[in-house]
Every structure is written in C-alpha cells, then in structure tokens.
Design a protein around this ligand. Structure first.
Ligand SMILES: [Zn+2]
Length: 88
C-alpha cells in the first residue's frame, strides 16, 4: 500500500485528546468513489461545525489514483481554528 501525506490535527478543544478523521460514509459514483468524513475527538467524540466533508478519487487511465475532490485541509483548518480559540 502506498502511503499518503498525513494531515495535522490539533488536540480536542474540550478534553485535550487527539483529533481524528472519522469515515462516515462511502458512496460509489460512475466516475469514482467518494469517502465522507468528519473530524472528531478520538475520546469524547466532539465535533465542530464544518470540520467535515469528503474526498473523491478515481483510477485514471495511467494507473494512478487521482483525488479529484479533497476537503481534508479545509476540515482540518476548521477543527484547528476552533481548538486555537479554546481555553488552554
Ligand atoms: Zn475530546
């Protein structure tokens, strides 16, 4: 399996445990596969508004796996922004 770049998530603003990308739904389209996710706390399950979305990928003619939609950075920014505003 190839490895892909991990995305940095700050700690939970409520309990201080690590945030994670939680897969919520997988949809298949004629063009590819969509994986929906929500960033949430690995312990208390806290979420923040807009810290979610989906990635969509396909197998291209040249054999590469191509991401043609990617909300991960945006979702991580939402999660991290909230964490920065929290009480520390
Ligand atoms: Zn938490």
């Amino acid at each position: 399996m190839g490895s892909e770049t991990a995305i940095e998530l700050d700690r939970c603003p409520f309990c201080g445990k690590a945030g994670k990308f939680a897969q919520t739904r997988v949809a298949t389209e004629p063009s590819g596969v969509q994986i929906y996710f929500q960033v949430r706390c690995s312990r208390c399950d806290a979420t923040v508004p807009n810290a979610g979305g989906y990635i969509a990928m396909l197998l291209s003619y040249d054999g590469a796996v191509r991401l043609y939609h990617d909300d991960r950075e945006k979702a991580a920014a939402e999660w991290n922004r909230r964490a920065d505003n929290g009480i520390t």
